[in-house]
Design a protein around this ligand. Sequence first.
Ligand SMILES: Cc1cc2nc3c(=O)[nH]c(=O)nc-3n(C[C@H](O)[C@H](O)[C@H](O)COP(=O)(O)O)c2cc1C
Length: 269
Amino acid sequence: MEALIATSDSRQPPARCTAKLADVTVTTTAAEAAHTRIEPGILYFGTPVVLLSTVDQAGVPNLAPMSSAFWLGWRGMLGLGAKSKTAQNLMRNRECVLNLPSDTMAAAVDRLALTTGSDPVPARKYERGYRHEPDKFGKAGLTPVSSETVAPPRVAECPVTMEAVVEAVHPLAEDDPAQRGGILVFEVRVQRVHVHDEVRMPGTEDRIDPDRWRPLIMSFQKLYGLGPQVHPSTLAKIPERLYRGPDIERSRDQSSRANENRFTSGSQR
Ligand SMILES: Cc1cc2nc3c(=O)[nH]c(=O)nc-3n(C[C@H](O)[C@H](O)[C@H](O)COP(=O)(O)O)c2cc1C
């Protein structure tokens, strides 16, 4: 397991130097009172839900909702509890599919809440009400379909599915012995992007139209959709093609292994 973890943990963090505020005018009094200091238990302000499919040691697919996810180029960063079945599958096989549900799929996603592919259920999860579920696709009522380049199946109903491989595993909170090893951040490289035609931007080959794409968002454990655009975006003046990085070209080298990717559903075990 250690061999898979990125070497960043062996590097010493740079010494912290105390920053001093430059000579600027800092407003006090009324404006200062605009905030109240609080200590929320979680800081989940709102990120898209991902249904992460992986396969276990027997080739049985697992499907887990997660939302500590973001993307830069064709790389994704996925924060996962190290004891989850998904994290263990990723450490072993280094493959997954990032299935992005739309807001109309909230009920299916919610059916997977409090389930785990782990058997036995880890004690802390059991206390919170989690139960083992061997057939996550069946439980959610979602359809597994073969991927082109990885063994884990895609979710047919998700408007966006991305086949990906793990390129690095970064430990979180390594500085604190009490938290060390609890959460892993998986850096994945996307190899295929598949979309439903209804989310594509008309008149373009490779673009998703944000006015058509309605992602499911998790905010403070609750499920939301997105409203309409609230303001013209200056950033959106940068043409999307300027963001195309080398991982797109590289993904084409990955040949399809469609015939190998016959998966076994949990119920057929
Ligand atoms: C909407 C939603 C978002 C979640 N986000 C995360 C997350 O970002 N990271 C994580 O480790 N668990 C997250 N969870 C909890 C996992 O789904 C849970 O740990 C599950 O047991 C993982 O399944 P597995 O053990 O079969 O891998 C989320 C659950 C839901 C319902």
